[in-house]
Write a protein of this length. Sequence first.
Length: 397
Amino acid sequence: MVTPVLSLSSKSQNHSKKTLTPFAFRCRQQHQLLAVIFSLCVIFLIFYHASNHVDMVLLQKEVHEKIYPLPDGSQDYNLLYSNSTKTSSFAGFSFYLMGDTPYRDWQETRLEWQVKQMKQYTKNHPERNLTFTVHVGDIQKVSLTHCAESAYQTTANLLRQGPLPTLVVPGDNDYYDCPDRNATFQLFMKYFGSFEKQWHKKDVEGLGLIRSESHPELFVFVKEGILLIGLHLINAPESHEDIRLWNARMIANKEWVAKNVQHYFRTQEIRGVILLGHALRSPRTRPFFLTVADYFVNITHRQDLPVVYLHGDGHNWDVDTKLSHQLHWKHFRDIQVDQGGLADPVIVEFAPQIKGKLKAFKDESSDLQLVLGKGLIRLDRQNGLYKHPKNVKNLLK
Ligand SMILES: *[C@@H]1O[C@H](CO)[C@@H](O)[C@H](O)[C@H]1NC(C)=O
Ligand SMILES: *[C@@H]1O[C@H](CO)[C@@H](O)[C@H](O)[C@H]1NC(C)=O
Ligand SMILES: *[C@@H]1O[C@H](CO)[C@@H](O)[C@H](O)[C@H]1NC(C)=O
Ligand SMILES: *[C@@H]1O[C@H](CO)[C@@H](O)[C@H](O)[C@H]1NC(C)=O
C-alpha cells in the first residue's frame, strides 16, 4: 500500500524538475511530503483500528486452541496388555493433603503443631505408607502479609519441618492477589518451585517427580499405578487479568494434562488419576475440566478409572458430583479440603493390588471417611474440624 504513494510522488518529482521554478518546486515538494505523511497516517490508523479490533475479539472470547496430543486410548497399556494387567501387583500408599494455611499467627502455630503430629504419625503408622505431602496453595493471607518475602520464608520453614517431601501448587494468594504478580510469582517459585528437594534425596527420587520445563510449577509422577498431576489453577474474575494471560495459563494446564495422560496411559498400567490444583469449581475453570473429560469419557477402558480433582480455595470440606452427573463421567469427583488452620490434614490413601486383585477399602463412608473408585481410594479426614482451632496456646508444650 505504501509503494504506489511513493512511486506517484517520485514521478511527479521528475516532472516538476523540468517545469517549475525553484520556489514553486519547494512548495510542490512540501505538498507532496504532506501528502505522503497524510497517507502514512491513514494507513497507520487503518492498521491500528484493525489490530484493536483483533484485541477486542480476543478480549471477548476465550481462546480454545487445539491442544496436542488429542485424546486417543487405542494404544493404551491397559488395553494392549490386558493379559498382564490382570495379574499385576501394586503396593498401597498414602499422602497428606492440606491447603489454605497459614492465614493468621495462630494458624502458624497450628501448622507447626500439625507438622509435628505428622512426623510422629508417619513413624508410628508404617502400614499407611505415607509417602509425600501436598499443599494445594494459598500459603499466606495477602491482606496481612502484603506478599512480603518473609511470608514465603515463614511458611517454607514451617513445612520444611514435615516428615515427607512436600509439593505446593500455586494459589491466588500466592501471587495473583499480590500487588506485583510477576515479582511474587518469582518469590513463590523461589521457595516452592522445587520445594521437594529440601528432603532427603532418596525420598525425593523415589517419587520420580517430573516438572514442566516451560512451567516448572506443573508436575507429574506415577506411584503404584496412580497418576498424579500438579496444576496451576487460579480462580480469577473476568476483567481482573488480561484474557491472553488467562488463556495462556489455561492452555498450559490443558496441555500438561493431555500430554501426560496420553504418555502414561500408553507406557504403563494406570489405576487412577489425581489432579492437584488450587481453584474451586467455577464457570471460568469449567473449560479446563471439559477438556480433561475428553481424555476419559467415551474411552471405554479409561472412563471406569477414578479421576479425582483435589483442591482448596473454598475453605470447607466438599465433595462435588455435578460435573460427574452432567458429563456421565461416573468416576469423576471434585473434592475441596477444609481450610488448613481449622482441620486435620487429610490422608489420601490408595489400596494395594495383589496379582490383579484389588484389596479394596471397605466402604465405611462417614463424615470423616470417603471411599471412592470401587474401594481404590480412601480419604481420611482424621479428626476433621478442630473444636477450638484458635486455641493454640498450649499446643506446642
Ligand atoms: C493375550 O493372551 C492371549 C492368550 O494367551 C494371546 O493370544 C493374546 O495375543 C494376548 N494379547 C496381548 C495383547 O498380549
Ligand atoms: C510403600 O510404598 C512404596 C512406594 O510406592 C512401596 O515400594 C512399598 O512397598 C510400600 N510399602 C508398603 C508397606 O506397602
Ligand atoms: C508479567 O509476565 C507476563 C508473562 O508471564 C507478561 O506478559 C507481562 O507483561 C508481565 N507484566 C509485567 C508488569 O511485567
Ligand atoms: C460421549 O458420547 C456421547 C454419545 O455419543 C456424547 O453425547 C457425549 O457428548 C460424549 N461425551 C464426551 C465428553 O465426549
